[in-house]
Design a binder for this molecule. Structure first.
Ligand code: ADP
Ligand code: MG
Length: 278
């Protein structure tokens, strides 16, 4: 469990990136933080692995205030996947994936074997192991980024708009791969995105953020869809309506919310008539 308690971050230039933020993130679930650019998502994420330290308030992991932990050791047990994959350009795919395990003292042969297994896990052909990042497609680079994030078998995986820079088709593919992976791995995933569809698809829980990391609404996709807390959230959720074209379908006495591509976007709680909304 990750807990933010009254957390604020003011950068040295005076920018208040996050103001009095409190949130409990349960273990072994995917939580999606969604908000527009500048809402403080990256700052929040980086406060979990101490790439950024709060100005006030505390962040704790499993009840332990991380302010007292060694940042380097903390970072080695938390996976971090960045938007532009953050791969080292002059290292091969295999070396990129194995970098952190090697740093933590895993013998070379096991690190190599583990890296190859991780390539299988994220759906990368082992034949790509000796390529350099520039010789890969955007989607392949992101897969390497995910494999690297998983390399130390962390309990926590932080993902900062990891699929933001790839085309929509590959993006869909990566999203379903992540769903598959998470069903297998059961990590605590904090997934940052500015795409509400992506947040609803991937998040067991979704946190909609406004400026300064202000929480506009926090809940399951179903709960947010069925009862937006404000006009702002209602607009956001209803955005791209044409493409989204949500519809309802009855199944086994439950009301399913179906998106424009026929996927189940969520289940309405009993007694809620989603059809009455808008
Ligand atoms: P997001 O990831 O949601 O786009 P960020 O967390 O990157 O938002 O940024 C939140 C706010 O903090 C923005 O106004 C941004 O300009 C500012 N900010 C981020 N990093 C720094 C920094 N190192 N110094 C000063 N301001 C920063
Ligand atoms: Mg960001």
């Amino acid at each position: 469990m990750i807990e933010f308690s009254g957390v604020s971050k003011r950068f040295p230039d005076g920018t208040l990136a996050v103001a009095d933020f409190s949130l409990v993130i349960p273990s072994r679930r995917t939580i999606a933080l969604v908000g527009s650019s500048g809402s403080g998502k990256t700052t929040l994420l980086r406060m979990i692995n101490r790439m950024v330290d709060p100005t006030s308030g505390t962040v704790s992991i499993d009840g332990e205030d991380i302010a007292g932990t060694d940042p380097v050791r903390l970072r080695r047990r938390i996976g971090y996947v960045m938007q532009n994959s953050g791969l080292l350009p002059h290292r091969t795919v295999l070396q990129n994936i194995a970098t952190v395990p090697l740093l933590t003292g895993v013998p070379k042969d096991s690190a190599r074997e583990r890296a190859l297994e991780l390539m299988d896990t994220v759906g990368l052909d082992r034949a790509l192991a000796s390529r350099y990042p520039a010789q890969l497609s955007g989607g392949q680079q992101q897969r390497v980024g995910v494999a690297r994030g998983l390399a130390v078998d962390p309990n926590i995986l932080l993902m900062d708009e990891p699929f933001g820079a790839v085309d929509p088709i590959v993006r869909r593919e990566l999203q379903s791969e992540l769903l598959r992976l998470q069903a297998e791995l059961g990590k605590t995933i904090v997934f940052v995105t500015h795409d509400i569809d992506e947040a609803f698809l991937l998040g067991d829980e979704v946190v909609i953020l406004g400026i300064g990391g202000q929480i506009c609404q926090h809940g399951t996709p179903e709960a947010i869809l069925s009862a937006p807390a404000s006009d702002f959230v209602a607009d956001l959720v209803g955005a791209n309506r044409g493409r989204r074209a949500l519809s309802l379908r009855q199944s086994d006495g439950r009301t399913l919310v179906i998106d424009g591509e026929g996927r189940i976007a969520g289940v309405l709680p009993e007694g809620v008539d989603g059809g009455a909304r808008r």
